[in-house]
Write a new protein. Structure first.
Length: 236
């Protein structure tokens, strides 16, 4: 049974029940679209994201780029299967007329690990509920169509603990294995949450043990209280 975590306390049916059990895809590029509808300017964009921190950083960046806009609506999908997380926001538009239509487009698409943002500059003419739904639906469709992508693979999360003197070597090993550091904590030692293709878990563990000459703790499972890393922040 699928259990879904969705922002704004809105529950949607599992994507598998909409799209089937086929493989999902992860976008490899950003895409943007702009249109004017009854004098309102809509600017939509889609971009790859891996974590909730990525989502927040990207939305904050859009707000900073458009400080005078009326709304910044968004919808996103992270992960897949029973662990997939969905989120959306109407950002002040009438409830159900903006974020929900964008999220519905996303649910019916083949994409995950993606964020859709839609900026609106109000032009003085009300669109009505139906007009808003159609506008936000079209903006989401435009930025999810024709994206370069790769097939989503099943990933596992491991947590490692290492001394500060080995941190840089561990970062390099993680990067060269194709894994991603998704969370971290700096205390007496450095603790890292790492997301890695399930087929490469053993390869990564072996590489980390060789790199550190065994001076590393490795455990499987969730990253617990570690601080999520935003994709757009510089890591040290």
């Amino acid at each position: 049974m699928h259990r879904w975590r969705v922002s704004n306390r809105v529950l949607y049916p599992p994507c598998d029940s909409i799209q089937g059990a086929g493989a999902m895809k992860i976008p490899l590029e950003k895409k943007s679209f702009r249109t004017k509808i009854k004098k309102s300017l809509f600017i939509s964009a889609s971009l790859p994201v891996r974590t909730a921190g990525d989502v927040k950083a990207a939305i904050d960046e859009v707000r900073a780029q458009h400080p005078k806009c009326s709304h910044v609506v968004h919808a996103y999908s992270l992960g897949r299967g029973g662990g997939r997380t969905l989120g959306m926001s109407d950002d002040g538009e009438p409830k159900g007329t903006a974020g929900k239509p964008a999220l519905n487009v996303l649910l019916h698409s083949e994409f995950t690990d993606v964020l859709v943002t839609i900026v609106r500059y109000f032009g003085g003419t009300e669109l009505g509920r139906g007009g808003l739904v159609r506008a936000y639906t079209e903006c989401a469709k435009q930025v999810l169509t024709g994206l370069s992508s790769k097939t989503a693979v099943t990933e596992e999360t491991i947590q490692v603990t290492v001394g500060y003197d080995l941190f840089q070597q561990v970062r390099t090993a993680v990067h060269e294995t194709g894994a991603v550091i998704t969370a971290r904590q700096f205390r007496k030692q450095v603790s890292l949450g790492i997301s890695v293709n399930e087929d490469l878990v053993d390869t990564l563990k072996k590489r980390l043990r060789e790199t550190t000459k065994g001076r590393i703790g490795i455990s499987a499972g969730r990253t617990g209280p570690l601080q999520p890393i935003r994709r757009y922040e510089k890591t040290v």
